[in-house]
Design a protein around this ligand. Structure first.
Ligand code: PLP
Length: 462
């Protein structure tokens, strides 16, 4: 590992501010009750520091805002589409781009194009919307990530790596013809923002070629992944983020992108492919679900802001400040004795709710209870990433009981200051010392799909 010597201080300054409402604990108590103990159902006005997600919450640059004024809102063939397409090819290597309203729009189209009933799709840990679209298309997701990814205390530098024994076992069991593609995420969200190494990815490329299986890239956080490769992988210390990002993408056949993450726009995404015939099929579907193939679900101005955001997202200084802030938060939480997933990832800190609330059984959703308690304390909004997010097995209807029962503190890009991070650290430490007052939860309303978004809970009286 190379040690960084530069400070992580931000390579930008503030030009405009958004004022926040400060609330009392009494106000927060009634707000979280009204929200059914689900932070997704809080009004954002009632939140002080919003770490619910890093999705669409970033601060655009003055150049991106200027780009909005360059929007060409023609129905067909907008100049911003061509700018976006050329930017995707230049930075990410993919030849054909289909804009979509956000990442899941691309996942829907890709899943429908490639998956047939009864297929299996291996991946380096599931993601909620990705797996659901695979299942709706008739597929079954199979987790092939290394075991270390499921262990919050393992310090493996590349917890996003694929375990080839698991992949081989799947081929053995179902046959390569039942596997349309392997889906790999860069900086695996559900594992704590953990990177995959280029060594592993190159081996995976060879494995896919040997078996005649496509390799699809969930590239939502590819720049953050590139940063960890630069910091940790032999031979990459002198390479730029831009070069590493390009190398990662060039190893894969197609990609789905939620541009709301890495690319620092509030809405947008795309499907990008190299194969012309697959592109043709995707265009056929995009007009059904999103819009014409030259805008998908996006306004021209948003495609322009996205094209500019892509170029900003691969700058070394940007990504160093981005991940540096995450590391700062993680280090300070650890100094206060808070159990978190290590090594810290690229976009968020994950609190180990099992360790913080050992007396609440997983059936009573300790991570969900912890997010509610954290909001109540100081108005910090986090997200559950445990049994509630994992949902139910599509065949048996049983609750999945994932090994990781986590609370995610996701950092929006270029939004909060170091002082805000200090408030978060104090709040988490305080909640932890009062953990015996926190009660488990039970569902009072459970939606069929992606239940973590709209589910409602009540406290379990012990
Ligand atoms: C956010 C996300 C998606 C889905 O993208 P949306 O823009 O929210 O639809 C897919 N994969 C990963 C890894 C994500 O983080």
């Amino acid at each position: 590992m190379t040690m960084r010597t530069k400070p992580w201080a931000e390579p930008y300054k503030v030009k405009m501010v958004e004022l926040l409402k400060m609330t009392t604990q009494e106000e927060r108590r009634s707000a979280i009750r009204e929200a059914g103990y689900n932070t997704f159902l809080l009004k954002s006005e009632d939140v002080y520091i919003d770490l619910l997600t890093d999705s669409g919450t970033g601060a655009m640059s003055d150049r991106q805002w200027a780009g909005l004024m360059m929007g060409d809102e023609a129905y067909a063939g907008s100049r911003n589409f061509y700018h976006l397409r050329d930017t995707v090819e230049a930075y990410y290597s993919y030849k054909f781009t289909v804009p979509t309203h956000q990442g899941r729009g691309a996942e829907n189209i890709l899943s429908q194009c490639l998956i047939s009933e009864g297929d299996y799709v291996p991946g380096n840990m599931y993601f909620t919307t990705t797996r659901l679209h695979q299942e709706l298309a008739g597929g079954t997701f199979v987790d092939v990530i290394v075991d270390d990814a499921h262990d919050p205390a393992s310090t493996h530098p590349f917890k996003g790596d694929v375990d080839f024994d698991k992949l081989n076992a799947l081929v053995e069991e179902v046959g390569a013809e039942k596997i349309p593609y392997v889906c790999i995420a860069t900086c695996v969200n559900m594992a704590g923002g953990q990177p995959i190494s280029l060594k592993n990815l190159k081996e995976l490329r060879r494995w896919c070629d040997t078996h005649g299986i496509l390799l699809v890239h969930d590239m939502t956080r590819v720049a953050e992944n590139a940063y960890f490769i630069q910091q940790r992988e032999d031979g990459y210390a002198e390479r730029t983020i831009q070069e590493i990002v390009h190398e990662i993408c060039a190893l894969t056949d197609a990609a789905t992108m939620s541009a709301k993450k890495d690319a620092i726009v509030n809405i947008g995404g795309f499907l990008a492919v190299n194969d012309e015939e697959l592109y043709e099929r995707a265009c056929n579907l995009v007009v059904v679900y999103e819009g014409l193939h030259t805008y998908g679900g996006m306004a021209g101005r948003d495609m322009e802001a996205l094209a500019i955001g892509i170029t900003e997202s691969v700058q070394d200084d940007h990504i160093q400040a981005r991940v540096g802030q995450v590391e700062y938060l993680g280090r300070n939480l650890q100094d206060r004795g808070v159990p978190i997933v290590v090594p810290t990832g690229g976009h968020a800190i994950f609190l180990d709710a099992r360790a913080i609330l050992p007396d609440i059984p997983q059936e009573q959703f300790p991570a969900q209870a912890l997010t509610a308690a954290l909001y109540l304390d100081t108005g910090v909004r986090a997200m559950e990433r445990g049994a509630v997010s994992a949902g139910r097995d599509k065949d048996s209807g049983e609750n999945y009981m994932p090994k990781l029962e986590l609370v995610r503190l996701a950092l929006p890009r270029r939004v909060y200051t170091q002082a805000h991070m200090d408030v978060v650290v104090d709040s988490v430490a305080r909640v932890m010392t009062e953990a015996d007052r926190i009660k488990g939860l039970r569902f009072v309303f459970e939606p069929e799909y992606l239940r973590f978004f709209r589910g409602r809970f009540e406290e379990v009286e012990s």
